[in-house]
Design a protein around this ligand. Structure first.
Ligand SMILES: C[S@@+](CC[C@H](N)C(=O)[O-])C[C@H]1O[C@@H](n2cnc3c(N)ncnc32)[C@H](O)[C@@H]1O
Length: 275
């Protein structure tokens, strides 16, 4: 559920509905990793964050220590800070960032609540999976990795959040799956060599830096291999779909599919290789 596709307040409401038992608090923000803190300028409600940082100077210090590049942003919002209700501001900030808090605090809850809007058929229609070497990038709790692991030769679950990687590793061991390898990485910096995989999959996990990600996909997928991005949740008109125009310009084909009675979309490309 990438936040970038929704209005901030709507996204917070969506998260409140999805995780009513989460009860996020300001202390949870001390769990954020550097790459998550980097998202704050795009994600956090500015006015409320200013109020929260003023009330909790230790949090401002923590964020700047863990991710020093955030310092000018923090200074700017503290300087422009308005006076306001601290409890209300805290509530707005933590709910707007609640997906990041769930990743850190409760991977099993994420696993349980996130709708599984994708089908194996949606994957296999693009390419037979048997015997293939696959990346599941932005693997989250590993839902896609675990779905393809019994069919493919190897799946590399690439995921930047440490608690989620631990969750996948434990689950793979419990399921007796020896072909799931969990890697720390992001879509624009995948820790695998050139031309090393047959298929790269994402589900609801693309677009932090789409231009760089598309270059990295071309590097890591062998010529003739496949990149396939599943939206993971239903979207209305295609022009409203995130990254639609950029993906099409890069040579992807859009292929709608139906999953559990819901219209969904995926983007598919056969990698040509650099000539
Ligand atoms: C909305 S979740 C989707 C998880 C999983 N693919 C699923 O469908 O359940 C997005 C995932 O991408 C990860 N992520 C964050 N930044 C990323 C990046 N730059 N590249 C790849 N994955 C990233 C997040 O930690 C999170 O696990």
């Amino acid at each position: 559920m990438p936040h970038r596709e929704r209005e901030p307040a709507m996204y917070a409401d969506y998260l409140r509905e999805m995780f009513p038992e989460l009860d996020p608090v300001v202390d949870d923000l001390f769990l954020l990793e550097a790459h998550q803190i980097a998202q704050l300028p795009a994600r956090a409600p500015r006015e409320e964050l200013g109020i929260v940082l003023y009330a909790h100077p230790q949090l401002a210090r923590f964020l700047a220590t863990r991710y020093p590049q955030i310092e000018p942003f923090l200074a700017e919002i503290l300087e422009g800070r308005k006076v306001g209700d601290v409890t209300r501001a805290e509530d707005a900030v933590v709910w707007q960032l609640a997906d990041l808090i769930v990743y850190q605090r409760a991977p099993a809850l994420y696993d349980e609540k996130v709708p599984r809007l994708w089908s194996r058929a949606a994957l296999e229609e693009a390419e037979p999976l048997e015997g293939k070497v696959v990346i599941d990038s932005g693997a989250g709790t590993g839902q896609v990795s675990f779905a393809v692991a019994p069919i493919v030769a190897t799946v590399f679950a690439v995921e930047p959040v440490a608690t989620l990687r631990a969750h996948i590793t434990t689950k793979a061991r419990d399921m007796g799956l020896a072909n799931v390898f969990v890697l720390d990485g992001v879509l624009d910096a995948i820790p695998l060599p050139e031309d090393s995989v047959d298929i790269l999959l994402t589900r609801n996990a693309i677009g932090w830096d789409l231009t760089a990600e598309l270059v990295e996909i071309e590097r890591v997928v062998r010529p003739g291999g496949i990149a396939l991005h599943l939206a993971g949740m239903p979207y209305p008109a295609e022009e409203g779909a995130p990254h639609h125009a950029l993906l099409l310009a890069d040579g992807y084909q859009e292929r709608p599919y139906e999953d559990g009675g819901v219209q969904n979309r995926k983007y598919y490309k056969q990698i040509q290789g650099i000539t």
